[in-house]
Design a protein around this ligand. Sequence first.
Ligand code: SF4
Ligand code: SF4
Ligand code: SF4
Length: 234
Amino acid sequence: MGRSSADGSPLISQGLVFMSSRLDEHQGRSEFFSSAKKLALGFFAERFETLAIGLGSDLIRPPGALDELSFLSCCTRCDKCIEACPQDSLIKADAKTGLAIGTPYIDPRTTPCYLCTELPCITACPEGALIWPTRATNGGFSRSGPAAVFIGTAEISSELCLTYEAPNRTPMSCQVCVDRCPYPGIAIKMKPNLDQTHAHPEVVSEFCTGCGLCVFGCPTDPSAIKIIPKQKFN
Ligand code: SF4
Ligand code: SF4
Ligand code: SF4
């Protein structure tokens, strides 16, 4: 009873249920493999991105550089930005940088970026790996051009900076970094300490371009101020 009838409907319905369960099973397996494939691709894409960015993560890129992974894929290593820089600020990355080999970067202690008004490095790039910079402040004020450059942010070491007390060193007056900055009092300023005996330089990250002119000028060795590349903030 229940296995057959004159019109065969119980069998048909059982068959449909069976087929439907097979279909569900089939769909489940295919969805499982599809999800596994997506997961695997995602895993490898993430690993590749980590590897690619990891290798170039310490490099300070030219003004207007895209985010690190896009920059690595867009830059054809043509050297046009390097040739266009009137200050010889751009260096070609060597083999130690892995996938970043041949790409341009800045070593501010040797030659910082002078934030040329026309940003010729950017206009020379034929691939769109360097784009004209725009940047908004927290207050909503928007900048464009050299003042909007963000290739990193300066960071001061209180252990090395001459204005701070340290073993075998009494604090002294120094504000070379502020004086060398193209935006003194805006991107970096002197701030008196609590007892008003000394003033220390303080970076305002919102306005700092990462140009490295402060690093170049700092009299300590190693420099008491360094640039953290922008990709470290992502
Ligand atoms: S802004 Fe001027 S100094 Fe800086 S990297 Fe570009 S061309 Fe060179
Ligand atoms: S604080 Fe240093 S890196 Fe920042 S804009 Fe001034 S000179 Fe350039
Ligand atoms: S130039 Fe160097 S030592 Fe002098 S205040 Fe700036 S960070 Fe400190």
